[in-house]
Ligand binder design. Sequence first.
Ligand code: C2E
Ligand code: CA
Ligand code: CA
Length: 769
Amino acid sequence: MDIRPRGRLRGRRVTDALGLSVLEAALDCIVIVDADGRILEFNPAAERTFGHARNAAIGRDAAELLLPPRIRSESRRHFLTGPGSRRRVELVAMRAGGAEFPVELTSAPTDVSGHAALTAFIRDISDRRRVEAREAAVAELGRRGLEGAEVTELMRDAADTVVRALGVALAVALECEDGGLALRAWSGLPLGSAAAAAGASSDSPERGEAMRLRAPVVVTDWRTEKRFERPAFLRDMGVRSGVTVPVEGRAEPFGALSVYATEPGRFGPDDVHFLQAVTNVLAAAMERARAEEETIHRSLHDSLTGLPNRALLLDRIGGAVNRARRRHLTPAVFFLDLDNFKVINDSLGHHAGDQLLTEVAPRLRDAVRPGDTVARFGGDEFVVLCDDVPSEGDVEAIAERILSAFERPFDVAARELFVTPSVGIAVASGPDQQPAALIRDADAAMYRAKEQGRGRYELFDAAMRERVSGRLKIEASLRGVADRGELHAFYQPLVELSGGIVGAEALLRWEHPVWGWLRPGEFIPIAEESDLIVPMGEWILREACRQAAAWGAGPAPSLAGPLSLSVNLSARQLSRPELPQMVERIVGEAGVDPGQIALEITETALMADGDAPIRRLRALKDLGLQIVLDDFGTGYSSLTYLSRLPIDVLKLDRSFVARLGTEDGAAAAAIITAVVHMSQALDLSVVAEGVETADQVDRLADLGCAVAQGYHFARPMAAPAFGELLKGGAPGADATLTDAHADLSLRRPRGHLGRPPAPPRARLAPLEP
Ligand code: C2E
Ligand code: CA
Ligand code: CA
């Protein structure tokens, strides 16, 4: 390179035109030194950056002029020619005032007038370093966030990081809460004082604006700011400028980060960018924390109703029992089970069932105090936990409130459903009460309430425990009972009062290998709680059809007309869409005339849901079967409702017959008369049930009742006995049948659990004692 002086560039060592323009225009500092490290050339960028005039610089020892003393001797070599003089290093340089700053130095050997020299390009990398430092700070914050630091802790870190990186007076981290911003953490100089802490937690208008805009809001100078009034605490702290950046959540902001400086115009786009990077880290952490909270919430609540679930309930009961121990309280558990829910679910569909459950939840919540827990225990079971129920009167008051929550109908599947719960109550017995035991006892009491007639409550007592374990044993043994040959069909004749058997009702009996004979009352309600009733119902229908075909074929002198056998259908069976096909198949297989088979259903089974069961009944009637409305008079059927039903026979409930001849007799007689008249109008026949005395027979005959059933005529009996009866002549209103079979009766062992049955005295025996 020719660097001889030339023209107006005289005095310069570097003289060629290109070299000159490069020197002049370069943004980097260019310093050329001789072999001893003395400055030969110092360009305008170097003058600006280091603060030394070219003239003053030339001739000086570069290391002395440009490097801080503490690294001078070690870093001097960077300004010397020789091996390794082509290099790129980062080091700390020094400005004229002594201030240090980071530089990147790139050097290359040069030839100046035939002498070895060195050109050093020096770049101020303060900005890059600042960016790097900020990136590192954000990365560090992110790392802590990923490691699962608490959100508040992370907010404190963020405030510290921001104050350090921006060198500002104050940083405040806030979280959205109840529609406002709540202070979570702060950092900065003025906050040593209580006043400053109070100030940081005060509201500032630009924060609200940032939340509304969902974008950073920069205040360049609070003194001239037009959009917002400077709050007192900022003025007291001498704050002049500030930025608020929202912490963005997926749907709405989680919070905000605000920074304040005592100088005006302190915040540029880079700073805002940095703050946004910090808030991104916060957002991720808050998002994660919320997701975790949600997961925890979900795991403790029922998704359908939003109520606490079984796990949370047990936890709450545990807490209640502990508090009770310390403070002498009496917690109580109310266990609710919706009556006939399974029927609703099966017939109206799961969606309707779900809808009902979601409507029940708020009614229960409203029925109890805010501090009480209302939980969904599973299926159609709800549990209410009250922390302190000191007296039995309180228990009853709560139970009544719970029951009255069900007085209004529920809007489900575009219809009004009346639903009742059965409620079992257990009150903590003492300090050692186990939560699970409280639930178990309340559950037992609930079953008792159901047995007693649903829509009511029962308080647990110790005697119930025994029954429940029996119940559970029965349920377990009921599985597969039909396949094991333990079921029997007994037949109870239906008799014309004028004399002669017209048919029989098939009644289930269970002969358990250990417990002996069980009556339907002991196992049918349990079977109805589950689907176990379905195979059992199918079994007895098949059995009855088979018998009807057999008896219908043989000579039966005592029969008043064609023999008809009726079979009870439970609500569960009626709620099954495939019921008509099932019946059709069984009747077909038995080869019996469908007209010989009657199906008995109760009003409640029909009322549990809409039209589906009625349509099924109609299908059954279309097959030629008779339909009997059982236990008539105990439900609420209106005349119009009855006329819509595809039924052939009304079976008058035995309670009316039982009242004949008692104090209530006149009223019962009036009702029976009305029923008889009504049935004539609707072209139905009437059967009186539970006829036990000759007196009742007379009265029924007077009231116009033609057919009856009851112990007075015969007890239910095994098929062979009934076959004998059919052969044996007409049973009348005399006592011969009952007497004739009394000594054949099978003695049932008392207390069926665990004791083997007494051996039957005769094979062809009626079951009833
Ligand atoms: P239900 O349909 O009302 O059956 C009549 C019940 O009254 C029978 O009791 C019968 O033994 C009893 N009974 C007959 N005559 C008299 C009498 O003069 N006085 C009194 N006090 N009672 C009399 P059982 O056999 O114990 O059946 C009880 C209930 O169990 C039945 O009531 C019926 O609802 C149900 N059940 C019986 N068998 C079946 C079945 O196969 N399927 C279904 N789903 N339910 C059945
Ligand atoms: Ca019946
Ligand atoms: Ca009945």
